[in-house]
Design a protein around this ligand. Structure first.
Ligand SMILES: C[S@@+](CC[C@H](N)C(=O)[O-])C[C@H]1O[C@@H](n2cnc3c(N)ncnc32)[C@H](O)[C@@H]1O
Length: 162
């Protein structure tokens, strides 16, 4: 069982990324990375590894052949991808207001039409007051209507805006 996610969230995430290629921002030691690698086609795992050791991540996912590590800030990592290339972006790392905003601006254009951007830590009731994330405020500002939400996870599907 994953420590940082509810069972509902994980099951939905697993379904959203099934057979898809995408990015996980804030992979940490790779708990979620390893778990979703069983569902997705390929996942690029992005982290700065300031608080966890990259070696731990590498060891933890060593048998997952569809995991690619990007040790970097999300902003720099985003430059690797072309526009309309990714099926999913799962954001679970940068939780400052400016960081989330930057991540949306950097990665949303990289999504294919019908691709999905998924945010964890949206609903604040799951957290202690002193570590309240800013995800809700930013998501609500950028996307007035979410396509889906479950516990503290929300997702938005990219559509042709004609
Ligand atoms: C909530 S933890 C993620 C836990 C991880 N998904 C797991 O299952 O173990 C947040 C992660 O985001 C990373 N992080 C924080 N700020 C970041 C940033 N600006 N860019 C990339 N990663 C960042 C941290 O290093 C940490 O590993």
């Amino acid at each position: 069982m994953l420590k940082n996610m509810t069972k509902n969230e994980f099951n939905r995430l697993y379904a959203l990324v099934q057979d898809k290629i995408g990015v996980e921002i804030g992979c940490g030691i790779g708990n979620i990375t390893k778990a979703i690698s069983g569902s997705c086609k390929r996942v690029y795992a992005v982290d700065t590894f300031d608080h966890v050791k990259v070696e731990e991540f590498v060891e933890y996912v060593k048998d997952c052949k569809n995991v690619r590590l990007i040790e970097s800030f999300p902003h720099l990592a985003s430059k690797i991808f072309n526009e309309n290339e990714l099926d999913f972006v799962f954001v679970n790392g940068e939780q400052t207001e400016s960081g989330i905003e930057q991540t949306i601006n950097d990665f949303y254009p990289k999504l294919k039409m019908d691709g999905v951007i998924i945010f964890h830590d949206y609903h604040t009731e799951f957290f202690e007051k002193e570590v309240l994330p800013e995800v809700k405020e930013i998501c609500d500002r950028y996307y007035k209507v979410h396509d889906g939400s479950l516990d503290s996870m929300v997702w938005i599907i990219k559509r042709n805006e004609l």
